[in-house]
Every structure is written in C-alpha cells, then in structure tokens.
Design a protein around this ligand. Sequence first.
Ligand code: ADP
Ligand code: MG
Length: 697
Amino acid sequence: MAELSELFAPERIAVVGATDREGSVGRAIMENLIDSYVGEVVPVNPSREAVFDRTAFDGVGETDADLAVVVVPPEIAVDAVREAGEAGIRSVVVITAGFGETGSDGAAREQELRAVAESYDIDLVGPNSLGIMSTPVGMNASFGPEDAESGRMSFMSQSGAFITAVLDWANEQGIGFKDVVSLGNKAVLDESDFVESWGDDAATDVIIGYLEGIDNGQRFIETAREVTQETPIVLVKSGRTDAGAQAASSHTGTIAGSDEAYEAGLDQAGVIRAESVQELFDAARVLESQPVPERDGVAVITNAGGPGVMTTDAIGDSRLSMASFSEETLDAFRETLPAGGNVYNPVDVVGDADNERFRDAVDVALADENVGSVIVLACPTAVLDYEALAEDTVALQEQHGKPVAACFMGGARVDAAENALGEAGIPNYFDPARAVGGLDALSQFRDISTREYQEPTEFDVDRERAREILSAVEDRADTRLGVEAMELLDAYGIETPEGSIVDAPTDALEIAEGIDGDVVMKIVSPDILHKSDIGGVKVGVSHENVYDAYEDLVSRARNYQPDATIIGVQVQEMVDLDTGVETIVGVNRDPQFGPLLLFGLGGIFVETLEDTTFRVAPVSRPEAAAMTDEIDAAPLLRGARGRDPVDIDGVVETIQRLSQLVTDFPAILELDINPLVAAPDGVSAVDVRLTVDPDRL
Ligand code: ADP
Ligand code: MG
C-alpha cells in the first residue's frame, strides 16, 4: 500500500487513555489488541503504573510507537495528538467523541484537531470513530465486541455501530476482511483516501463501504474511477444531504437534488451502488471470488419449472439476458434430456434428474460460447444428492472459468452443500433474484473496468466576454439573469437565434424588420422567471402586430407585478419547432459534487415530465453523448415515426460547451437553457436563465 501502510500495519501501538477499568472504552481497546495483535501494545496513562501488566507511559511522546489510538476525553485529545505528532508518530486513530458532531464548541475542537494533524502530516482517522482493524497483523484497534475474520475485502463505514453489526453477522457467514475502518467524523482521512490506498493494496480484492455522505465529490470521482479499473467498489449510500442553502430558481435546480448528484457521481466514479446491506454483500462476495462474465447471456439449468420462471423474470429485470444456445448445445440437450424436458433456456432437466443428468447439462451449458454465466437452480428430490451437485458445480466452474451462481433451494438439507459451494466462492441463495443480483454485479464491473475515460474537450471560447456578461449582476439587486445574458452562450460557442432586446416599440419594429418572417417577442424582467406563465412570450408575431404585442407584453408584466423591473422586450427569430425537439440543458451546484449537468426533454413541461439525466461536470464527449442516449425520449431525437433525426452531435457539443462554461465559472450557481431546440439542421438555444454569485466572479 502506498500511503496508509503504517496505519494498517504498525509495529507498535500506543493506546492513549488505556485503562483496565471495567466497562470503559480504554479497556475494550486494550483487550482487543492484546488478544491477537502481532506487534507490541503500550498503554499510556499518567495515573497508572501498569495496565494489564504492561508498564504504562506518562505520555505518548515516550512510547516510540508508530500508531497512536486516542481515547482520552475530548478536552485533552487534541493535545495528545499534538504530542504524538511532535514525537514523530504519523498515524493516529481518534476514538474520542465530542467534536464536530456535538455543536459549535466541538466543531472548533475538530478544526484544531485538523490543523494539528496537518502541521505534523498525520494520517488521522476519526474523531468519533469505533477504530480500525487489519487482519494480516491481527490488529483490532477498536472497541467493538467482535474481531474480523481474515479475508480479501476492505470495509469502510461512516457508522461505527454498523461495523459491529456487520462483523457479528459476517463471522457467522464466513465473510472475512483485510482492513476495516470506522471513518468517524472524517476530519482528515476520508473515503477517497481509503479508496486510493486500498486500490494500491495487493491484499484487497474488493472495497466496500457504508457512507452517509462524500466530502469532496470531485476528488472521489477522480480517485475511484482509476481504482475501479482493477478493484471493484461497492457502496451503500444512505441519507440525503442538505441540497444547498440557496432556493432553486431554475428548472434544473428544482429537479436536481443531492440524490441525483450521488447517483451520477457514483456512476462516473465506477462505483457499484447497493440499495441494501444484503445487496452490498451479495455483490461483494461474487466480486471477490468469481471471474467476470465475457457476455451477458445467462443459462439457467433447473429440475423445477416454477423456480425456472422466477429466475427468468429476475434476469429480465437485470442488465443480463437469457442466453440463446448454439445448435450443438441444443443437440446435446435433445440427446440427453428425457421427453418432458426443455432444451431451451431455462433448461428443465426434469424432476427425476439424477446427479449425472444435472451435471452433464451444466457442463454443456458452460461450454456454449453464447453463455456468459450459469445459474444452477435445484429443488430437493429423492434422486438428487445436493452435496454431490455442489461438488460438481464447483468443479465445473473451475474447469470452464465462467461465473456460476447457485440456487439450491431448501432448509437444513442445503447446509452441507452450501458450505462446500461457499468455500469455493459460489454463494448459494434460496431466492433466485439474489443469485441474479450477484451475476449482475459481475457484469457491471466488467463494463466499469473496461471503461475508457477521456479528457473533456477544451473548446476555443471567449472567456473574457463571458466574465463581462456575468459581471452585470454586480450592479443589480438581483443575482438572476435572463435572456439579456444570451451573449454568454455566444461567447462559449452555443448557437442562439438572431434577436435583440429593445425598450421601445419603434425599436422592436426595426429589429423585426431585419428578421425574415414572423418573430417571437418576450418580456425581459428579472422579476419574471417563467415568462410564458404570465403570457410573456408571443410566438409568430407578424411585423404589423409588433407594436401591439410590445404594449401587451409590458402591460401583462405590470398586471403581474406592478413594481417589476422591466428591462425591455426581446425580439427573436422564429425557430422551427415542427421539425425540432425542445430539450433542456442545465446545471446546478451540488454541495458535495459541484456542477451537476442535466439533459432532458425540455419546453414548458420539463418539471411535469421529468425525463432527465445527470452527470457531474466536467464531462468528456462520450459522457455527454451517453446523456442524449439515456432519456426516455431518445428515440424522438433519433427521428421517430418518419421524422428526420435531429442534430444529436450539436446537442452533445452544447452539453460539452456548457460543461466548460460552468467549470470555468464557479460563480454560475444555476443555469438553464430551456429550450435548446434540436432540429435536423442544427441546435438553437432559445431561452436562458441563470443565477450568479457575484462574490465568486
Ligand atoms: P419561458 O421559459 O420563460 O416561458 P421561453 O423563451 O422558453 O420562455 O419560451 C417559452 C416557449 O415558447 C418555448 O418553450 C417555445 O416552445 C416557445 N418559443 C420561445 N422562443 C421561441 C422561438 N424563438 N421560436 C419558436 N418558439 C419559441
Ligand atoms: Mg424557457
């Protein structure tokens, strides 16, 4: 491991606040460490001569330890860490609570703790942590009741209590761990640090975690996307973070909450997201022990019709599919299966199948090149020996090198077979959906590990002009801009229709006369966010109606809000909506992940339809292209029902250019281009709305 090697493999551990007082945390940690740790444990306690027959030191500075575990009260914990730092100790676990989780005094203390850790370059876990474990050195530096068994998963959790529950259960299930860390308040080391370190650790095959939040989303994405090229990461993310203090005034802001950001961010990071603890471990176990499938076709071999159908349904709900067999496979099944059998997938070897018939069918299926993985699905019968079937399954899995999942149904009679399968890394489930879930995770990881990340394109843009336009908010009471900021899009090479903003009807007519055909007229006011809601957009205005339209727009605005600031009226070229599709491209800022891009079906019904997809910016071209592919209305873009396909490349480029704009200007808090009309001959940003933070310009 590159960075945290001392933390997880220390030679000498000082327990600061060690004691043998019954029921204390200091005692629990001492006991856990004395139990099985291969290195030396030294107690630090100035008011004791000895703790558990070990000479107690007065201060951590005298211990010559390379890891300090701090359990003293919060008032003296920071001093203890400072003393450790002065003595050259570079790894510290702060168990002590009473920091950021307890209010403003605690938050100030945590600030101080962080500063001390930074000044001595300490890898610090916690505070408010249950502790850490590492099985290769037998280290349980936690106050949990349970030791971890050794294994090849490394586990981080933002809840300490959850670790104790998981270990209790995992020990019973025979699930082992390499390292375990209770993240606590993450004052210094956070999830990205552990992901990075375990990514380099040859003894960690799978990284799993329970997180309530991610501190620095951008760093997490960068770190995890690299690690997941080799090491799978499976996470349960619970809880919702505060979606930012500012009230949303854009569509994107309304639709994009923190969960959308996590979903997008974790996906871009290459993380497999589990919805429950069961899913977490089901995925982790197969990822630890089985190869990834080369293709997504699954063969189901069963001696029972009903469960076969259940499994087929579960496969239908997953990213996997039922394999279709080659002619040779079908011939082989026809030859060996009795009359009542089914040679097509799911293959029914019939209720009277003995071990040999079952075994041969699994063998034939695994040999078929259309088959990526196999589910062995069995119900107990008088002629079938579960243990022998388990042995055959294990042997065939090894022989063919393809992933195999087992569903041997039943109760106590499955136990022995289940153990044999489990030891070979084939978890057995009663429920076919769980077996499918495991294979699904393997398939997901195959795609993640072969993803190729590209750098975002850097377009040639007019950054200075963009800054000038954004600076307009500095002289205004309002931080929101509307179509008066249209030139911002021009500066970043995003196509807009011809048009201008005027503040007199005569000027409106002059502009209209310079435009071919009818025009669109819109009220321009920072107080009117959704113009069409108040009748503030007039489409298809002929030149002779421009005067009246102007007066009408202004009086509608006045009726809506008598003191509204009216900048004027925009006169704009008509865009052809008959051949085009109204889409929305927007951005919102997430407190953890930063700029979150949205793409979806646009127009005035965006929030009603919510056909949208998200990515954390900046995005590369393939990521932007994937967005246009993901929405339900994607077929509309490709040209449904005899319509010409729209300029999807133009949409993709617009997403990329917006991505660059919001990356260049953190001052843009929210922005909607709605609609971006995507037509066969190009795209056009017809409307824009944004909120700017002048302090960040
Ligand atoms: P708002 O979103 O504030 O109501 P928009 O400028 O988006 O105002 O206009 C509302 C709707 O009017 C658009 O979704 C589109 O259907 C139509 N529209 C606006 N501008 C044009 C235009 N230049 N050409 C054709 N239709 C337009
Ligand atoms: Mg609009």
